[in-house]
Design a protein around this ligand. Structure first.
Ligand code: CA
Ligand code: CA
Length: 168
C-alpha cells in the first residue's frame, strides 16, 4: 500500500505550518484581547491594553449602554457628558489612576445602544497600580448623564497583569 509513503511529507508540512504559526504569533505581540463586563441585559463595557513601544501602552475602552435608538438619540441631544477614568482595583478602596479621552466621533446612538469609546497612551510604570513586581488590577469607570436626572456609571472587566515591566 502507499499510505506510508505519504506520512513523511505530511508530517513535514505540519511541522512547517507549526513554525509559521509560531512566527506569526511572535510577530504580533501587540494584539491583546478585550476584557469585558457584560451584565447580560443592560450594558457591555470593555478594556484593552495594546503595547505601543517605547514603554507605552495604548488604552482602549468601549461602552455599549443598551437601549432603543430613540432614547439614545434623546440622551445624545441633551449632552450626556461622557467621562471615563482608569482605576486600580484594591478591594475596598480603589484608586484613580489616569483620565481617559473620548475618541473623536463618539458617543454614537446606534439601533440598540448608546455607545462610546475612549483612549489614552500611558507608560507602563504609570499603570503599575500595585508598585513593584506583582500583579496589577486595572479597570475603567465610565459615566454619563441620562438627561432624566440620573448619572449612569459602568465598570469594564478587570485586566490583571504586572505593568511594572513594559511589554508582555
Ligand atoms: Ca490592586
Ligand atoms: Ca505591579
Amino acid at each position: 500500500m502507499t499510505t506510508h509513503h505519504n506520512a513523511r511529507p505530511l508530517r513535514a508540512l505540519l511541522a512547517m505550518l507549526a513554525i509559521i504559526a509560531a512566527y506569526l504569533l511572535a510577530a504580533a505581540p501587540q494584539a491583546s484581547a478585550n476584557t469585558c463586563n457584560y451584565d447580560g441585559r443592560s450594558f457591555n463595557a470593555c478594556l484593552r491594553f495594546d503595547w505601543a513601544e517605547y514603554g507605552y501602552y495604548r488604552v482602549h475602552v468601549g461602552i455599549d449602554a443598551l437601549m432603543g435608538e430613540r432614547f439614545a438619540q434623546e440622551i445624545l441631544a441633551c449632552g450626556p457628558n461622557f467621562s471615563a477614568s482608569l482605576m486600580g482595583d484594591d478591594g475596598a478602596t480603589d484608586q484613580f489612576i489616569v483620565p481617559l479621552q473620548l475618541k473623536p466621533g463618539w458617543p454614537v446612538a446606534g439601533t440598540a445602544a448608546l455607545a462610546a469609546e475612549f483612549t489614552s497612551a500611558r507608560l507602563g510604570r504609570q499603570l503599575d497600580e500595585d508598585p513593584g513586581e506583582n500583579q496589577d488590577e486595572l479597570y475603567a469607570h465610565i459615566t454619563f448623564y441620562d438627561c432624566y436626572g440620573a448619572l449612569r456609571s459602568y465598570d469594564t472587566g478587570i485586566v490583571r497583569r504586572d505593568f511594572q515591566f513594559s511589554g508582555f
